[in-house]
Design a protein around this ligand. Sequence first.
Ligand code: PGA
Length: 258
Amino acid sequence: MNRRYRKTVIAGNWKMNMTATETKKFAEDIRKHLEARPKWCETLICVPACNISTAMKAFKDLRISVGAENVYFEEKGAYTGEVSADMLKDLGVKYVIIGHSERRQYFCETDSTVNKKVHAVLNAGMNPIICVGESLEQRETGITSEWIALQVKSALFGVPADKLRRCIIAYEPIWAIGTGKTATAEQAGEVCSEIRATIRALYGARVARSVTIQYGGSMNEKNAEELLAQPDIDGGLIGGAALVPEKFVAIINAANQE
Ligand code: PGA
């Protein structure tokens, strides 16, 4: 973390978990564990679109904001089942996860659709959390750096510097997601600093140092502190551990240091 130049952001990603009823229960439980409202880090949970309003009400006085897990890039029209950026914005959403590896894998998202979604979210005045990450095969072949640089460049294509400050990049090695296998703090820190170097080459040092870069992939209450101690890791995108109030609170506490 480096709070001098950028925000620390802890974001839960609930994926396709939690009904509206379970969301209310989670808020009650987390209230019991959260001793102090997070002050030094921005905290949010990205929930399924149908639970956004319920979560907003339930988390209101906890200083936990509510994000979305996906968006469609067209403004409006005949796209049955999709949700637009304006619809999310109108509900009070500030952050939207884009290009999660599960969406790339199961829902045919490409670097090109990711880029369109980034623009849609920025144009609506919200903040995209852009996910990038390599597969185990890519890591073992030794092409992690090139692959991640390509994903970052494609996602940010056409994004001007003043809007880039609103983007968060989440480095999520696919082999670490939901597997219990975390990248070591050094491995994660190394890729996150390469991401910053890619942004620096595109936008200059000033902009690059202001961008929040998260790590995601089996981040939990045990490894959060070590990961967050890396200078270029400014927060986390947390799946499994964000479904368990005690664990999520422990991660918030690890990031909520003065
Ligand atoms: P995980 O998921 O923490 O369960 O590995 C992270 C994510 O997919 O964002």
